[in-house]
Design a protein around this ligand. Structure first.
Ligand SMILES: [Zn+2]
Length: 258
């Protein structure tokens, strides 16, 4: 046994791999040994892997995010961070790809403007187009509000605001990945009778994923599944209201006056 791995006053178990170490970095996996719970103050220095790299867990992150979001996100929050891409970097990357794809393809959107004066109808059509193209990046703007919403709905389950920022960033990244998967189906149906239906089913799939993943994140921390299920339904309902009300308010109060 060498001096560095001898149990001493300063040695502790790595939160990522359980190796015992006294240094600032774990000798086995490389994670910082001062990793701790996320708080608003330490959020930026606690997040490793801020630059997504294909050889540094990007594919594993995407796979686990879709297939086992509950255990992956809880594991990340509780200290197993080295295998995964930082949630904010991941969301920014996927939202950027989504915005690029959706704004570069000439989708034929049909916007209902019946009964509107011509100028307002034109503005509403343009606004609807922008909302469609930049749906994924707009989630980034909603992130602080969404985290506040899940903090309120899951009060008492033992996660702080910064942890809700992290878990919602991962959930939004997962739904943005589904948004990218939806892109080819929308390209194929664009201009045809099935386009609106495809879009509706796509949005339902995104919300379904977010709801199930949210439930699994918190169900792992509570024995009362029905309480977590009700809180999840409430959180998703408020989330949908937020995504509906805020764009309408933004259009009425800001966009029409630009
Ligand atoms: Zn380690």
């Amino acid at each position: 046994m060498s001096a560095t791995d001898a149990p001493g006053i300063d040695s502790r178990a790595c939160l990522n791999c359980d190796a015992s170490t006294a240094g600032l970095y774990c000798p086995r996996c490389g994670q910082r040994t001062d990793a701790e719970r996320f708080t608003v103050r330490n959020l930026w220095k606690q997040n490793p892997n801020a630059v997504p790299q294909a050889d540094h867990g990007l594919l594993r992150t995407l796979r686990d995010l879709l297939l086992r979001p509950g255990s992956m996100i809880n594991g990340y929050l509780d200290g197993r961070r080295v295998p995964y891409v930082n949630p904010f970097a991941l969301l920014s990357l996927l939202a950027g790809i989504s915005a690029f794809a959706y704004s570069s393809w000439p989708f034929e959107l049909v916007v209902a403007t019946d009964g509107m004066p011509a100028e307002r109808a034109a503005r509403f059509a343009a606004f609807s187009r922008h909302s469609f193209e930049f749906y994924s990046p707009s989630l980034l703007l909603y992130l602080p509000l969404t985290a506040g919403l899940t903090v309120a709905c899951f009060a008492g389950v033992g996660r702080g605001y910064a942890e809700h920022l992290v878990l919602n960033a991962y959930l939004m990244a997962g739904s943005t990945l589904l948004m990218l998967a939806l892109f080819p189906a929308l390209v194929v149906t664009s201009g045809g009778p099935d386009f609106a239906q495809t879009w509706r089913y796509g949005i339902l799939a995104l919300l379904g994923y977010q709801g199930v993943a949210l439930y699994r994140v918190f169900a792992a921390r509570s024995s009362r599944w029905w309480s977590i299920a009700l809180r999840t339904i409430l959180a998703m309902a408020l989330y949908v209201v937020m995504l509906t009300v805020i764009p309408v308010a933004f259009f009425e109060l800001v966009y029409v006056r630009l």
